[in-house]
Write a protein that binds this ligand. Structure first.
Ligand code: ASP
Length: 344
């Protein structure tokens, strides 16, 4: 370990590295090398920063499982030579991307901090500088020779969150993310305050990083709304090769008790499709069986998503379905916390 932490900054795209195309008036990605030119303050940090950029930076709306693997492989390839990683992506799908990465990176013992910004780096009132500088500072932070953070996090607007607990809740405000079911791991004010008791600490150290790259894309999010028809539910559950469904229910995990609805779900489960109950609310938890309107779901074997976010549930489905888990064990493994994504 060198004295000065070595940080790898990975740029995948997003507003943080965008400029305005004055002909079309649209934002487009620009050459990442210019990002460092724009923030000479980075040179003042007590660390060495190397950069890696996607060949073609993308708007985060274009993220997919290939991009997830690409990010994971950059971290895997550079894991031994760097002390921490800061990943820049667009904020729109950052919670999805960082949630998936939290599952893909097993035995992680170094910080992986996702960040981005609402305004481009060159904008007068940009939030990019603070987000980037503090993310790097977090990735460099050490205590007794060990990194303070050894999990996948998301830093935005003065708060560091466990990534797989976050949701983007605002397209306008600098405070774009929230994590209502898990408090911030750190807050940046005059000091950078870590809430150490909330931060994951590896129980055993010096384990090798395992990167799980097999992700199953045969998943879907089915959001309930009053008036949803049998035709809609049926056509979704009959998608060929479908393996997993995040069922976004109401309140504490409630859904219609119509016989056709429960019969369709029950048949899908018998056909080997895993259905996870996640609440549409941003905060709080599914409590299966608490109301009569969730007893039926519990009885047919719907997975209890408890207080997981939709982003984390879809990520966990992709990850666990990509693994060779015995069908009978899937439900109990899914309901267990794997990366601090759910309360137990
Ligand atoms: N559309 C952009 C993206 O997600 C927004 C952002 O960077 O925050 O890539």
């Amino acid at each position: 370990m060198t004295k000065n932490p070595q940080i790898l900054l990975i740029y995948t795209g997003g507003t943080i590295g965008m400029v305005k195309d004055y002909q079309s008036n649209a934002l487009r990605a620009f050459n990442f090398e210019k990002l460092l030119d724009r923030i000479p303050e980075l040179l003042q940090l007590n660390c060495t920063i190397d950069t890696f950029s996607f060949d073609e930076p993308i708007d985060s709306s274009n993220m997919n499982t290939k991009s997830y693997v690409e990010i994971a492989e950059v971290i895997e390839k550079n894991y031994k030579n760097f002390d921490g990683f800061v990943v820049l992506t667009g904020s729109d799908t950052m919670s999805y991307t960082s949630s998936v990465l939290s599952f893909m990176l097993e035995n992680l013992e170094k910080p992986v901090v996702f960040t981005g910004s609402q305004l481009p780096i060159g904008h007068l009132r940009t939030d990019a500088k603070e987000n980037l500088i503090t993310s790097i500072e977090i990735a460099c932070s050490r205590k007794e020779g060990k990194p303070i953070i050894s999990e996948v996090c998301l830093y935005f607007e003065y708060k560091l969150y466990r990534a797989n607990r976050t949701t983007k809740i605002n397209a306008e405000r600098f405070e774009a993310f929230t994590s209502l079911n898990y408090p911030p791991l750190a807050e940046s004010g005059v000091h950078l305050d870590f809430n150490e008791e909330l931060i994951y600490t590896p129980t055993q150290t010096n384990k090798s990083l395992i990167v799980r790259k097999s992700l199953n894309e045969n998943v879907v999010v089915l959001k309930l709304f009053p008036g949803i028809t049998k035709k809609v539910v049926q056509s979704i559950l009959e998608i060929s090769d479908l393996k997993g469904v995040v069922l976004e229910t109401y309140g504490a995990g409630n859904a219609p008790t119509y016989p056709w609805f429960l019969a369709l779900l029950s048949q899908a489960i018998k056909n080997g499709i895993h259905i996870v109950n996640i609440t549409q609310c941003v905060g709080g938890s599914v409590i299966l069986g608490h109301y009569e309107t969730s007893v039926g779901l519990k009885d047919i074997g719907v997975i209890d998503g408890k207080d997981m976010t939709t982003e984390s549930a879809i990520a966990k489905l992709m990850y666990l379905l990509g693994d060779e888990i015995l069908e009978n064990d899937f439900k109990s493994i899914f309901e267990m916390p794997l990366r601090g994504e759910v309360n137990f």
